[in-house]
Design a protein around this ligand. Structure first.
Ligand code: SF4
Length: 230
């Protein structure tokens, strides 16, 4: 029995886990998220040789996965994971800046913005006006500071698709560096899609974005009765 146990690698997830899901997605036989979705758990041991332990520990962006019952093998040549491009400016004090904000809770409203849910729809005589409060801040995360990413969220690119009274409004983050954070931060998709259904057909749209207020306004012109009949 002791010999069989020695053939298994045992992993442990430390309290540094930020619940990004990466280990659960890549190694579902070993890791599972806890019920509160706050931390991954190493639920199973892994047979020696099934994976390279370096592939397992380096999947974690915050070094929270440890192999606990065996020494790590020699590090393979080359790095498996390519992180974001290094910061262009002096970023030497990133750990201090991260430590200063790491316990701050993000407002729920800011999260809702990233899903296009911080929005309103107003009806006027000839049109509908959909307003989105767009994301203002790049969410705080260790890698945001390590990679030297900005605090202000770059602008999203918006587009509109109209099929009669059905309107799809998309907004997509285009900044390649900030987008790299999406895979690591909870509740940070690369963009959103809102689908709205109006009782009358829409004939055209206009997009207005105010960078000061970060309000994206989508003006949807109603088709006139003769156009509706056509
Ligand atoms: S990869 Fe790391 S941070 Fe992400 S869930 Fe697993 S242990 Fe937590």
């Amino acid at each position: 029995m002791a010999e069989a146990a020695a053939q298994l690698e045992e992993y442990f997830v430390t309290e540094d886990c930020i619940a990004c899901d990466a280990c659960c997605n890549d190694f579902p036989d070993i890791f599972v998220m806890n019920a509160e979705h706050t931390r991954a758990i190493a639920k199973e041991k892994s047979p020696i040789g099934k994976f390279n332990p370096w592939d397992i520990v380096t999947v974690c962006p915050v070094d929270a996965i440890k192999l606990v019952n065996l020494p790590m093998p020699a590090k393979p040549e080359g790095e498996k994971k390519v992180e974001a491009a290094p910061a262009e400016t002096d970023n030497s004090d990133w750990e201090r800046r991260w430590a200063a904000v790491r316990d701050r809770l993000e407002p729920q409203w800011e999260r809702m913005k990233r899903y296009g849910m911080a929005s309103s729809v107003d009806e006027e005589k000839d049109r509908y006006v959909v307003r989105f409060d767009m994301p203002a801040k790049v969410p705080n995360h260790r890698l945001k500071f390590k990679w030297g990413l900005p605090d202000d969220m770059p602008e999203y690119k918006a587009s509109v698709e109209i099929h009669g009274g059905n309107v799809k409004i998309r907004a997509k983050l285009e900044d390649e560096k900030v987008k790299k954070l999406c895979g690591w931060v909870n509740s940070f998709p690369e963009g959103f899609l809102r689908e709205l259904n109006f009782p009358v057909p829409i004939k055209s749209h206009r997009l207005n974005y105010d960078p000061e207020t970060r309000i994206l306004e989508v003006v949807l012109e109603k088709a006139q009765p003769e156009q509706q009949a056509a």
